[in-house]
Design a binder for this molecule. Structure first.
Ligand SMILES: Nc1ncnc2c1ncn2[C@@H]1O[C@H](COP(=O)(O)OP(=O)(O)OP(=O)(O)O)[C@@H](O)[C@H]1O
Length: 324
């Protein structure tokens, strides 16, 4: 189990992380999310031992993880870090890169394991290609297989699919996170992409203004986002004053409503004038105004600018979001 205790860090006296505390259990998947520059990569680098915290400590079970002031060669055997720049051997082949850390004393096992990992990253046809001749996305996939070959107990992933095309991303996500669960490998993923999070992460840690703003179970947080900052990490979200709904006229509060949670009616609901309509593939995202409130909602059909529609929110959603 990983334990991060009262961790604080500054780059040249500019604080980036303050009093960070959390735990990761065996086999658990945590997503670290937050706006660009909030310190996600920095946190992973501290956990891996590349940066020395100014305060606090980190334990893996009983063993303390030491920073660069006390451990000149960063990284422990049980932990692997896949950074945004991949640490590959450019002049050797994909298969050699993946199998470098496997034991040559068991050639059959080495072959089978290399094949399994190449399959997982969908790179079998490239096994004999030199890494220097691969695209950025292909190199990222090889880097992933290379760290997995080392059988870490804890994997730290920094934007693991950043260079990978959409065509492959979904399959790779399923393969990777399925593999980690099967092997009970704990994982901390720093990401901007909610599709890396929702299906796979047990827990989400939201960083904001140097601190942990929220640490919560993924489904609970999605269904009941604590604030608009968190909700927008999951997609298009609105902060709606509840008193614009007739029956809640005297309630002075705002609730978070995702764009897909509105139902459109021609007769009753929150009167909204359509200003813009964006084609999103599976639906249209509509931007409208209700009084002074800008509302973004989904529609199955395109709606012309200037048209008035009425928006409704399910009672259960309102009551759930009104809960303290
Ligand atoms: N080597 C460095 N020296 C000084 N400041 C740095 C250094 N690396 C990062 N920073 C600053 O520290 C803050 C946190 O950076 P970090 O890369 O951890 O953020 P992030 O959340 O991972 O961002 P992104 O999502 O864009 O990758 C930023 O303000 C960044 O400018």
């Amino acid at each position: 189990m990983l334990q991060v205790n009262s961790l604080s860090f500054a780059y040249d006296k500019i604080p980036v992380l303050t009093d960070i505390n959390f735990k990761v259990a065996k086999g658990e998947h945590i997503s670290i999310v937050g706006e660009s520059g909030c310190g996600k990569s920095t946190l992973l680098k501290i956990i891996y031992g590349l940066l020395q915290p100014n305060q606090g400590d980190i334990f893996w079970g009983e063993k303390q993880v030491l920073g660069p002031d006390f451990n000149l060669v960063p990284g422990e055997s049980y932990m692997k870090y896949l950074s945004q720049d991949f640490d590959l051997m450019p002049f050797t082949t994909v298969a050699e890169n993946v199998s470098q850390f496997l034991s040559v004393f068991y050639p059959e096992e080495l072959k089978a394991r290399t094949a399994e990992l190449l399959e997982m990253i969908d790179m079998v046809p490239f096994a004999k290609v030199k890494v220097k001749n691969l695209s950025g996305g292909q190199q990222q996939r090889v880097a992933l297989a290379r760290v997995l070959a080392q059988k870490p107990e804890l994997l730290l992933l920094d934007e693991p699919f950043g260079h990978i095309d959409n065509f492959r991303k979904n399959q790779l996500r399923r393969n990777l996170f399925g593999y980690l669960k099967k092997e009970k490998i704990s994982c901390i993923t720093a990401t901007h992409d909610y599709q890396d999070i929702l299906p796979y992460a047990n827990r989400i840690i939201v960083l904001k203004d140097q601190e942990i703003m929220v640490d919560a179970n993924t489904k609970d947080l999605y269904n009941n986002p604590k604030n608009i900052y968190t909700a927008t990490l999951f997609g298009e979200a609105n902060h709606i004053p509840i008193n614009i709904i007739k029956s809640y006229g005297d309630v002075e509060r705002k609730i978070i409503v995702y764009a897909h949670e509105f139902r459109i009616s021609n007769k009753s609901g929150i009167p909204t004038t359509v200003e813009k309509c964006y084609f999103m593939g599976s639906h249209f995202l509509i931007e409208g105004l209700s009084g002074e409130n800008r509302i973004r909602f989904n529609s199955d059909e395109s709606i012309p600018e200037g048209k008035q529609v009425f928006l409704n929110i399910a009672l259960e959603t309102i009551n759930q979001r009104l809960k303290p």
